[in-house]
Ligand binder design. Structure first.
Ligand code: NAP
Length: 362
């Protein structure tokens, strides 16, 4: 197996991924820009480390010269993906990341031809957003090949992390995104509300601009895509308080709101991750025809770590084609079912798709 470099290995998720990669025998090189944090992790995990920042393309290319695959865990990825992808194309290393950012996935898709020419796989979003929804979308497209409309939703059952709350609040400031006629379209935040039965009774969900808007389209070719999420109570509270208080806060109102008003400062604890779970729902339509399927997964952080490391192992093994890839595009709809604790697909084609025998209702 080739050399794996994990960039951003000492961040919250990067550190979980680094430990999992070591446990699976991938022997990763740990990397990032902060000398002290990297040294501490290198000493702790007894793995090789490589410190470099992403400012100078020549430095990045040199740092990746002997690397076979980069797993980028350094977000926001709008600040890191381009430089690392450039370095990967230069040094012919494969690239995997855990972004959930639509513009980052779109930018990688734009480099499909370059990646094919370089013989390199570009696989963004190997994480909770987007692997389960991407696989659910592929499964629905298999069942209804001429579908024109795809709606996908998630109900994540746990206390959200600061990162999730920040995404909700900042996302509300930026507005939303859907796909219509194959093109990304800006819509207001929480543009549409829908009551969705995730297998546990109807719950209100709102449209959210997650990376799934990109991946589901590239995997299935279905031109109209909407992504929904049930907004947890802490996120609703933070959003409401932020709206009321943001105008009177001098600087960094999002951080202020999160820390002072929610009391949440970092990612979920190991115990919270072990207790968490997520319910996913998807619907494909073509005229009067409608198919629905559901999926259940462990906590989003557990899925992210498992999906990122499993996808990286598959890429290193040569299982993914060159060029831009989505997880389901590269490995098929069943990929999510290879992840620990993922259960599905629970198909439903009744008119309102609320079968009392749905196994998620138990
Ligand atoms: N798609 C999904 O489902 C999913 C799931 C979980 C997390 N994520 C995303 O993954 C990212 C990491 O999350 P986290 O909770 O681990 O965050 P975190 O603890 O803040 O870690 C971020 C890491 O990125 C590095 N970094 C940030 N900007 C950088 C830059 N410009 N150049 C070099 N390194 C940079 C940081 O290093 P420094 O200390 O040197 O700044 C740190 O190592 C976030 O963007 C999060 O939204 C996505």
């Amino acid at each position: 197996m080739g050399t794996l470099l994990i960039y951003g290995s000492y961040g919250f998720v990067g550190a979980l991924i680094a430990r999992e990669a070591i446990d699976r025998g991938l022997d990763p090189v740990l990397a990032g820009r902060n000398r002290d944090r990297l040294r501490e992790q290198v000493d702790d995990l007894e793995q090789p480390g490589r410190r470099f920042d992403l400012e100078d393309p020549a430095v990045v290319a040199e740092a990746l010269a002997d690397v076979d695959c980069v797993l980028n865990c350094a977000g926001p990825f709008s600040n890191t993906a381009e430089a690392l992808v450039e370095g990967c194309l230069e040094s012919e290393a494969e690239y995997v990341d855990i972004t959930g950012e639509i513009p980052v996935i779109e930018a990688l898709e734009d480099r499909d031809d370059e990646a094919i020419d370089a013989g390199v796989t570009l696989l963004p979003a190997a994480a909770f957003s987007t692997v389960p929804m991407d696989c659910l979308a592929a499964h629905l497209a298999d069942r209804l090949p001429d579908a024109t409309d795809l709606a996908l939703g998630v109900d994540s059952v746990r206390v959200p992390s600061v990162g999730t709350l920040r995404t909700v609040i900042e996302g509300a400031e930026d507005g939303g995104t859907i796909r219509r006629g194959g093109t990304l379209e800006d819509v207001p935040a929480a543009w549409r509300t829908r009551r969705i039965d995730f297998g546990r009774g109807d719950r209100p969900a709102v449209t959210m601009p997650t990376g799934d808007v990109s991946s589901a389209y590239y995997t299935t070719g279905i031109p109209n895509v909407e992504i929904y999420a049930v907004m947890p109570q802490p996120a609703r509270t933070a959003l409401r308080l932020h709206r009321d208080l943001a105008p009177i806060l001098a600087s960094n109102p999002v951080q202020w709101t999160l820390e002072r008003l929610t009391g949440i400062r970092e990612g979920p604890s190991e115990r919270a991750r072990e207790r968490g779970s997520a319910y996913l729902w998807g619907e494909a339509r073509s005229g009067d025809e409608r198919v629905v399927a559901r999926l259940r997964t462990p906590d989003p952080y557990i899925v992210t770590v498992d999906a990122a490391v499993t996808a990286t192992q598959r890429v290193l093994a040569g299982d993914a084609a060159d060029g831009f890839q989505t997880a389901a595009g590269a490995f098929g709809a069943e990929f999510v079912l290879d992840l620990d604790g993922a259960e599905g697909f629970f198909d439903d084609s009744s008119p309102e798709a609320t079968s009392p025998t749905n196994p998620l209702l138990r």
